[in-house]
Design a binder for this molecule. Structure first.
Ligand code: GTP
Ligand code: MG
Length: 576
């Protein structure tokens, strides 16, 4: 019962956001291009305007706000299934509660945000170390707590009426059904985006997990913060995506302070390592040990210190997040900021990225495992490049964003120019009114015929360039331009991508005429439009063009259409 209420509430929330998003697209298409973005996207009056650049909040401002919110929050395992009202009354005795929600992972949990940090301190003061395990408990006190209730007569698994927020991805079979009921491909894309994007609650939980980890690292580096980056915050995150975080050692005061010319002064004595990389490895080694030995809820800790970017990987059981902790990974933070900026500039960017990412995952172009697959990051850069190539372009090149930068935006990391404008209002967009449906068709057409053997992609220039090396796919790293972000991709994976683009382009052409007339009462509608692209493809069985001769396209498409007509469920039960 409780879960059905929760799902119902979730669908309502998504529907409201869907409508808002559609209105945003409409507003965007109606506004005269080149005007200040503020006019098009008015913000709620309660938001702090000081950090808002042209109507969009900068990622930095958003991070600061979220981090502060997380520092006033606690995570409580509610094993005892105490009634919500009783729990809130108990917690409120320590201070005002600003926000709370429940979710289910391996157990029932509550995220509770207090009004002040002192409220959390007061709550923790009253908490006790588990009785009976005094000897074996590592006495590290954190904001991950367990609620005990000596008065409850209920069995541990009994529900007590809390409405839980879903934190996992929606099953693909359900998504296909829902999309098939939409009236246009544009609506299908918007609906897919609304279904998969991170919820407010999931974002709060991600910042809270970073904040809990920060409590561990603060023992050694009290001035540092742990920040999420990647898809958790770049606007392209899907429910269930990993949590990338980095320890920002730049927060330590005293770096780059000029040595006084005369007089007395003190400097810290510090251990020296052989290189900056060795320092990062040493710090992550120690933090990895602490997370493993002291971190409540942190399991399966792996220290992967010899990777190009050294990291500590672990599972955070209470949230269900797979976490990757890096240190001083500042270029990745700039990539995150750049992707966030592009996503904020035009609502079609997120719609197309979500759709292509979802399509790529269902067709096995991307994978959760490391290997020769195209990564989500590479795929996102491909979508951005495509949008820069439209006529007129939908988004500007990175070089143009650098030219618009002010003195405060200047940023050079390890010799790489990472400068780009942070004031969104300086960015003048051109008058492109293509719909999401047109863009999706054109995306598949574009990459189904792209000359990958000769050309590389550069979002810095917004132009194809001659390939500097012989790898199958070359996508220039936006900030470290000598690097290829898709170096891992092999020929067979690129061939599958191209073949699937061609097939999807063809399928979308069919759906123009094949859009079914939907009966209002009919629950089972045939997949059409975007939904057909998420069904298993014939191309999935082709490993390489060389190894196996492909069936003629007409035969493959005929059998695909047969499979679409088949009313049986697609053989996909997992969420993405
Ligand atoms: P998912 O985790 O797959 O949802 O997407 P993600 O964007 O978070 O990708 P991932 O976890 O693989 O990487 C996290 C972030 O690191 C990305 O968003 C980029 O900012 C950065 N990143 C990943 N791969 C590369 C790369 O090859 N080169 C560079 N410069 N940055 C990368
Ligand atoms: Mg990630």
């Amino acid at each position: 019962m409780a879960s059905s209420i929760a799902v119902c509430r979730l669908h309502m929330t998504r529907r409201v956001r869907l409508v808002k998003s559609l209105q945003k697209v409409e507003t965007f298409l109606q506004r005269s291009i080149g005007t200040d973005v503020v006019a098009a996207q008015p913000e709620a009056p309660t938001r702090d305007e000081s950090d808002e650049k042209g109507g969009c909040k900068s990622l930095h401002a958003l991070q600061v706000e979220r981090q502060e919110q997380a520092a006033r929050s606690v995570l409580i395992n509610c094993q005892s299934r105490t009634r919500e009202k009783t729990l809130l009354k108990y917690l409120s005795s320590h201070g005002d509660i600003k926000n709370y929600f429940f979710y289910e992972s391996d157990d029932l949990y509550a995220v509770v945000e207090f009004a002040k940090r002192e409220n959390v301190a007061s709550l923790l003061e009253g908490a006790i170390i588990p009785s009976g395990s005094h000897e074996s408990a590592v006495p590290f006190k954190s904001r991950l707590l367990t609620l005990r209730n000596l008065h409850t007569a209920k069995s541990p698994n009994q529900q007590s009426g809390q409405q839980c927020q879903v934190q996992t991805a929606f099953p693909i079979t359900e998504l296909i059904k829902n999309l098939s009921r939409e009236d246009s491909i544009d609506q299908q894309i918007t609906s897919l985006t609304e279904t998969y994007q991170l919820t407010e609650e999931n974002t709060r939980l991600r910042f809270l997990v970073c904040s809990l980890l920060n409590d561990i690292t603060a023992a050694y580096f009290p001035e540092c913060t742990i920040k999420p980056f990647g898809s958790s915050v770049n606007g392209f995150g899907k429910l269930g995506c990993d949590l990338d975080m980095f320890l920002d050692l730049d927060g330590i005061s005293g770096w780059n302070v000029k040595t006084p010319k005369s007089g007395l002064f003190l400097e810290y004595q510090m251990k020296q390592a052989s290189s900056a990389r060795a320092v990062t490895q040493n710090i992550l080694y120690v933090i990895g040990e602490c997370v493993d030995q002291f971190g409540p809820g942190c399991t399966r800790v792996l220290k992967i210190l010899n990777a190009r970017i050294p990291l500590v990987r672990f599972s955070h059981k209470p949230s269900g997040f797979q976490c990757d902790l890096t240190a001083n990974n500042r270029v990745a933070m700039k990539s995150t900021e750049l992707l966030y900026l592009y996503g904020e500039l035009d609502p079609r960017v997120r719609g197309l990225v979500f759709t292509v990412r979802c399509w790529a995952r269902t067709q096995g172009i991307t994978s959760g495992m490391p290997g020769a697959w195209i990564t989500n990051f590479s795929l996102t850069v491909m979508v951005l490049f495509f949008l820069q190539k439209r006529s007129p372009p939908i988004i500007p090149t990175l070089d143009h964003l650098r030219d618009l930068a002010g003195p405060a935006d200047k940023c050079v990391i390890e010799g790489n120019d990472c400068t780009f404008v942070s004031d969104f209002s300086k960015i003048q967009l051109q008058s492109n009114t293509e719909t999401l449906e047109q863009l999706l068709r054109e995306f598949f057409e574009f990459y189904g015929t792209f000359q990958f053997s000769k050309m590389s992609l550069s979002i810095r220039k917004g132009q194809e360039m001659n390939k500097p090396e012989m790898g199958p796919l070359h996508i220039e790293n936006p900030f470290e331009t000598s690097l290829n972000v898709s170096k891992n991709v092999n020929t067979s994976q690129l061939d599958r991508f191209v073949a699937l683009c061609q097939e999807s382009s063809w399928l979308l052409q069919q759906s123009e005429t094949n859009k079914p007339k939907v009966n209002e009462d009919s629950y089972n509608v045939l997949p059409w439009g975007l939904a057909t692209l998420l069904l298993p493809s014939q191309v999935a069985t082709i490993n390489t063009r060389k190894k196996k001769r492909r069936e003629p396209a007409s035969a493959r498409i005929k059998s695909l259409l047969e499979s679409l007509k088949n009313k049986n469920e697609p053989k996909m039960s997992e969420g993405l």
